[in-house]
Design a protein around this ligand. Structure first.
Ligand code: HEM
Length: 180
């Protein structure tokens, strides 16, 4: 994944913990990179190793780390560098969900080697189904955090339920979101 992602992991660790913890995580992961370059793609393996090393270093589950990262991404990383993109994607949670399928197409103009996830959304009375397709495994908890972060951004109360998953034998994840 692009360095932008690993840099955001670094910022999250430094703001929730401290720079020493980040150094300990990198050391545990055996990663000898002083600073990631946002616009450079790195092997996915590096991001997974960082999450695993964070799990061992700060004693949180992989799922909790990914979920916290999803929230951090929407509430801080994207807000700082991509505020305009977030604004054009939607002014309400519902509108954002309607346009979510196109978001990474816009991102790929700046990141030509992007391997983005694909989203499809199906509104229903009182909520929306979010279909998530990815070549990568194990990132569903990050999507939960992203959706929670978006709900917070738009002051919307939601309940999220995972109703289909690759782990359960389906070919992609489906999140049912109910507005509360
Ligand atoms: C302006 C905001 C956003 C930007 C700039 C952005 C950019 C990126 C980038 C650079 C990656 C790494 C992929 C790669 O390097 O190949 C990524 C991955 C991802 N993005 Fe976004 N993104 C944004 C918003 C969102 C939102 C709002 C969601 C979901 C609600 C989302 C869901 C994901 C997921 C789940 C991944 C992990 C990769 C995967 O599942 O295969 N992103 N995004």
């Amino acid at each position: 994944m692009y360095g932008l992602v690993n840099k955001a992991v670094e910022q999250m660790v430094c703001s929730h913990f401290n720079p020493e913890t980040w150094e300990a995580i990198k050391q545990h992961a055996g990663i000898d990179i002083t600073s990631f370059v946002s616009l450079r793609p790195y092997p996915d393996e590096i991001t997974y190793q960082l999450v695993d090393a964070a799990h061992h270093t700060v004693n949180l589950s992989h799922a909790d780390i990914l979920r916290a990262f999803g929230r951090y991404w929407v509430l801080y990383t994207a807000t700082e560098g991509y505020g305009e993109l977030l604004n054009v994607t939607g002014h309400t949670f519902e509108e954002f969900m309607e346009n979510l399928p196109n978001l990474h197409t816009r991102v790929s103009f700046s990141y030509p080697q992007l391997v983005p996830p694909t989203f499809e959304t199906e509104p229903f009375d009182g909520g929306v189904l979010v279909h998530y397709y990815s070549e990568r495994q194990g990132l569903a908890p990050m999507v939960v955090g992203l959706l929670e972060g978006l709900a917070e951004r738009f002051n919307t109360s939601i309940a999220i339920e995972l109703i289909a998953s690759r782990e359960a034998g389906d070919d992609h994840e489906v999140f049912r979101i109910d507005y509360k």
